[in-house]
Ligand binder design. Structure first.
Ligand SMILES: Nc1ncnc2c1ncn2[C@@H]1O[C@H](COP(=O)(O)OP(=O)(O)O)[C@@H](O)[C@H]1O
Ligand SMILES: [Mg+2]
Length: 610
């Protein structure tokens, strides 16, 4: 992407309100700046008036002003001029602050709207997308790329455009004073801008691209060592992480030094240009103007040079800074391709009260999988013509070897993935792609229960506004999950802080916390995917008891590779190679399916037979 393409992309992502606010900001800022030009314009006649004895020979505008104010002395008129100058500067100062405050707030609102909308798309993205995009990349796009594209780009554009207007005003002022000198200095200014841009453009783009890359990689490295700290410790690979991290920082030192030097170039080259500019103006003016006009014209030029050249230098620096947006634009362009044209303009999550209060779908008869075929990657089928019925109120077990496709079935039932062919029916009706209506009718417990870095209360009522949490329901859920006694003994009860990844609770407690979370929303159906597989037999037995106590009250789906877990189920599906190889109760399946019988006789299933 080029600079222009990136800026165009940024604006095409912004909603109408933000674009409008950018345009308004440009004009308001230019308006305040033009007051400054008015101020500079006043310097010219004031200086001319000071050495004058009478008003004779003064500029007609000055004569006109003198007449209007009924002033005859040049000194008085000069004093009025200076007072007017102070007034103009005062008004300019106040209005500049007000304009900046308004514009900053409006542009920030636009920036954060776009960022929040991107987050909403991530929240709603399918699981396949989440599997492809790691945490560091997602954080980088939300924190860095959005900040650059929807923060830096519009604010820089506002400054650049208002500076353009301001510079044009000053140039016009110069041209009226001395066209020849103005043209020469204009040529000088243009030369400076072109030189700076040519030198800077490629380097800055490459350097920022590298900087962004390093930021993402180092963030990923830290996340990796944080999540895997136990492995890091045991494998004693701290030096690996430390060295890699330090190498990233060394590269950043190098990059930031280069970027700093590049950022200084415009300023110092423009200072040099300003010197040459004043020299040329001095020569031209003394050659072309008569003696009397030299002093004020030269004064005007020096004042303007001191104001115009920094403005031009700032514009150049701002354009260079805009270049840093190119890598971010490229990153976010990929997201817009994935999520659609309106990605940054509309929220994918409906957070209105109406949406929150939406009636959830009851589960009256049950769910059905009808001839489901599915694959994660083209040409590698995972499920082939899968048929399964989960009747309301039943306890259904799904067993089978690891990799048979059990979790995939659940992923389809929960709408994480869509089947390639076949249908998923809920109460006889095809599953709505927008699952939210029935999402909360299903509770889901996985092998690795996610523990949030917050209190027990907030972990059970995960994702609910703390103000809406109903403690009575929390305790009911905790009791049903048979973890209430443990929580009561905790020093702060429900307010006890569980650390990130749940390092303060045991495996069994963690699973029970997961069950309590699933039960808090009073689901019709509870799905447990290997929820007890990582537990010892005794803890598993306790949790099995919890599940048995829920039988009849909830529809339950238990997925396990350990057959003991499912021996009491009303119906067991034996899944193998992506299809149902047998079904029935534990006993009938043992009779009808030789493979299942062999499995039962083989392993820990002896314990199941006890
Ligand atoms: N996100 C994924 N991308 C590609 N292949 C996957 C993905 N998840 C699972 N698989 C593959 O699908 C097959 C079934 O996986 P899964 O349903 O998790 O099995 P089970 O839960 O029965 O152990 C496995 O061969 C696994 O490698
Ligand atoms: Mg699995």
């Amino acid at each position: 992407m080029t600079l222009i393409e990136s800026v165009r992309f940024a604006f095409s992502c912004m909603d109408r309100a933000t674009r409008k606010n950018v345009v308004i900001s440009v004009f308001l800022l230019a308006l305040t700046s033009s007051m400054e030009i008015l101020g500079i314009g006043l310097v010219f006649p004031v200086i001319q008036l000071l050495p004058a004895e009478t008003l004779e020979g003064q500029h007609e505008l000055v004569q006109l002003a003198a007449k209007a104010l009924a002033v005859e002395s040049p000194d008085t008129l000069a004093l009025i001029g200076v007072i007017a100058l102070v007034a103009v500067l005062g008004i300019k100062g106040v209005s500049a602050v007000l304009v900046q405050a308004w514009s900053t707030r409006r542009l920030l609102e636009g920036q954060y709207r776009a960022t929040a909308n991107l987050y909403s798309a991530y929240l709603k993205a399918d699981l396949a997308w989440h599997n492809r995009n790691n945490s560091a990349a997602v954080l980088h796009r939300l924190n860095h790329c959005c900040n650059v594209l929807f923060g830096t780009v519009p604010t820089n554009c506002v400054t650049i455009f208002s500076d353009v207007i301001l510079s044009l005003g000053m140039v016009i002022l110069l041209v009226t004073a001395s066209p020849v000198a103005a043209l020469i200095s204009l040529a000088f200014g243009a030369f400076g801008v072109i030189l700076n841009n040519k030198v800077l453009s490629v380097r800055i783009r490459d350097l920022t691209k590298e900087r962004d890359e390093i930021a993402r990689l180092s963030q990923g490295l830290v996340l990796e060592s944080k999540h895997g700290i136990q492995d890091v410790r045991v494998l004693a690979c701290e030096p690996y992480f430390f060295t890699r991290y330090r190498r990233f920082l060394d590269r950043l030192t190098d990059l930031f030094t280069k970027m700093k030097v590049l950022a200084l170039l415009p300023r110092y080259s423009f200072e040099l240009i300003a010197g040459v500019f004043i020299l040329i103006v001095f020569v031209v003016i003394t050659e072309t103007l008569d003696r009397a006009a030299v002093v004020p014209t030269l004064a005007l030029y020096v004042v303007t040079a001191l104001r115009l050249l920094p403005t031009v230098a700032r514009m150049t620096a701002q354009v260079s800074m805009l270049r840093t947006a190119i890598p971010s634009a490229m990153e976010l362009a990929k997201d817009r391709e994935t999520f659609g044209q309106n990605l940054f303009k509309t929220a994918m999550v409906d957070d209105t009260a109406a949406a929150r209060d939406r009636q959830r779908l009851p589960l009256e008869q049950g769910m059905e999988l009808e001839n489901i075929c599915f694959n994660y990657l083209p040409g590698e089928p995972i499920l082939n013509n899968m048929n399964m019925t989960i009747a309301r109120g039943q306890c259904v077990g799904i067993v089978g070897p690891s990799g048979a496709g059990k979790s995939t079935i659940i992923g389809l039932l929960l709408g994480f993935f869509a089947p390639i062919s076949g249908r998923i029916l809920i109460d006889g009706k095809a599953l709505d792609p927008d699952l939210s209506a029935y999402e909360r009718s299903i509770g889901f417990v996985q092998q690795a229960v996610f523990v949030a870095d917050s209190t027990v209360r907030e972990n059970v009522a995960f994702g609910e506004d703390p103000a809406d949490i109903d403690d009575a329901r929390i305790w009911t859920a905790l009791e049903m999950a048979n973890i209430d006694a443990f929580v009561r003994e905790l020093p702060d009860g429900l307010d006890t802080q569980l650390s990130e990844h749940g390092s303060r609770i045991s495996g069994g407690q963690r699973q029970r916390l997961g069950i309590a979370r699933a039960l808090y929303h009073e689901p019709e159906m509870l799905i447990l995917d290997e929820a007890t597989s990582s537990l010892d037999l005794e803890t598993e037995a306790q949790i099995s008891q919890v599940i048995s106590s829920l039988r009849g009250r909830k529809t339950i789906v238990i997925i396990a590779h350990r057959l003991s877990t499912v021996k009491d189920c009303d119906m067991i599906y034996f899944v193998k190679d992506g299809t149902v190889a047998g079904k029935g109760t534990f006993e009938s399946l043992q009779k009808s399916n030789a493979e299942f019988r062999a499995l039962v006789e083989l392993g820990d299933l002896q314990s199941a037979a006890q």
